[in-house]
Design a protein around this ligand. Structure first.
Ligand code: HEM
Length: 404
């Protein structure tokens, strides 16, 4: 009885999530306080009012993400967001468990492995050079998001899938609505279905001659991989949603972090050998998947001494785990020389980001070229005046005024 009462109190008093940031380049300070005092605690999700368990420590985050008793299936009782969002649809394997998750992910993997991304590197480099040419030829100040950070991954994902780049405004608007935490479930479903319908038509058009792009190749392999046509459409939709806003914001907010401290950009420009480690540290420090990874318990599980019951929702704060001082000394410092940077920004376990090699290739290409060709890059406004994305599932900036 007493336990039930305290449960009710804990639910009523659960702080709302996401918690407000005090510094735009650091996760909410409340996350740090929870990590120290109550690393598995209850929070109330702003966007649907449901109460879920929030995980804030690095080791607990890995434990939960590696444990098959925590489901990614949207239909599992307690899965966060069931109140407002609609079922994600066939092929959306980020919201599935094995065996369907395994079958769909396996069908996609050959398209995103290191060897395949290596082949794409010259194409990525070409886009980066061209975008930088245009930046340098244009006026300053300019918006680095509009002119560089967004067009790069948008060109890469459209090249990869074989989607016409001229339709970018349509899918840009779609992903913007889908990524907005304040958008209601019905609107989110409508734009998601519009994107599905668009990709469905595109894939139908490819079926006659099966071109040598990701969608053409997956359509060709469909029978052998055991995929339905609907599932190919779903995978394409997932890639469009997961595969470019993340990269765009990582480039943009990482650049803010580099420019926020005087001299850091120029120092890195003078020592490009440091870039690979710097990229990892930037991805750790600026965790764009700031909202966290969602799961639901399919059995009673104890995490760090706290019982999580079957049917309860769980949110793993990757941003909080990436600032865990027991793993990353002086975690709030952006330390480009940091040695251990096995961060959780790309997740962990079965659902670890399948696009991470492609993401890293774009981040490397973007920063190495900007540092080499614009070593005098600087913010055109104070950091506090940069419009940060506090209203989106993917953190970052809406715009980034820069000059040189
Ligand atoms: C900086 C860029 C990126 C970040 C920070 C990022 C982050 C993540 C994270 C944290 C997850 C795991 C979600 C979970 O466990 O619930 C994930 C999964 C996924 N990401 Fe990424 N991602 C990025 C870029 C990309 C790109 C470029 C693509 C595709 C081309 C992509 C496609 C996917 C897909 C399909 C999944 C689902 C994997 C699965 O469920 O097995 N991501 N990503």
């Amino acid at each position: 009885m007493l336990a039930d009462m305290s449960d009710i109190d804990a639910e009523t008093l659960a702080p709302s999530y996401p918690m407000p940031r005090t510094c735009p380049l650091d996760p909410a300070a409340d996350l740090g306080r929870l990590r120290a005092a109550q690393p598995v605690s209850r929070v109330r999700l702003d966007f649907d009012g449901s109460v879920v368990w929030l995980i804030t420590r690095y080791e607990d985050a890995k434990t939960v993400l590696a444990d098959p008793r925590f489901s990614s299936d949207f239909a599992t009782p307690g899965f966060p967001a069931r109140l407002t969002a609609q079922p994600p649809g066939p092929g959306t394997f980020i919201r599935m468990d094995p065996p369907d998750h395994t079958r769909l992910r396996r069908a996609l993997i050959p398209e995103l492995v290191r060897a395949r991304v290596k082949e794409l590197e010259p194409v990525i480099a070409g886009h980066v050079e061209q975008l930088t040419d245009r930046l340098l030829a244009g006026p300053t100040p300019t918006d680095l998001v509009e002119e560089f950070a967004l067009p790069l991954p948008s060109q890469v994902i459209t090249d990869l899938l074989g989607v016409p780049y001229q339709d970018r405004e349509f899918f840009h608007q779609t992903t913007k609505v889908m990524g907005d935490v304040h958008v209601d479930g019905q609107t989110r479903m409508k734009v998601r279905n519009d994107l599905r319908a668009y990709l469905d038509e595109l894939i139908a058009g490819k079926e006659a001659d099966l071109p040598d792009d990701l969608l053409g190749r997956m359509s060709r392999r469909r029978a052998e991989a055991g995929l339905s046509r609907e599932e190919v459409v779903g995978i394409a939709t997932l890639l469009m949603v997961a595969g470019y806003e993340t990269v765009a914001n990582q480039i943009a907010v990482g650049t803010v972090a580099l420019l926020a401290e005087p001299g850091r950009w120029a120092a890195l420009a003078a020592d490009p050998a440091k870039l690979p480690a710097a990229v990892e540290e930037l991805v750790r420090h600026q965790t764009v998947t700031d909202y966290g990874a969602r799961r639901a318990a399919t059995e009673d599980v104890e995490v760090a001494g706290q019982l999580i019951r079957k049917g309860e929702g769980v949110l793993v704060s990757l941003a909080a785990a990436n600032r865990d001082e027991s793993v990353f000394p002086d975690p709030d410092r952006l330390d480009l020389d940091r040695e251990f940077v096995d961060h959780l920004s790309f997740g962990f376990g079965l659902h670890q980001c399948v696009g991470q090699v492609l993401a890293r290739a774009q981040l490397m290409a973007a920063w190495s070229t900007l540092l080499r060709r614009i070593p005098g890059l600087r913010l055109a406004v104070p950091v506090d005046d940069v419009p940060f994305r506090n209203d989106m599932f993917v953190y970052g900036v809406h715009a980034l005024p820069v000059e040189w």
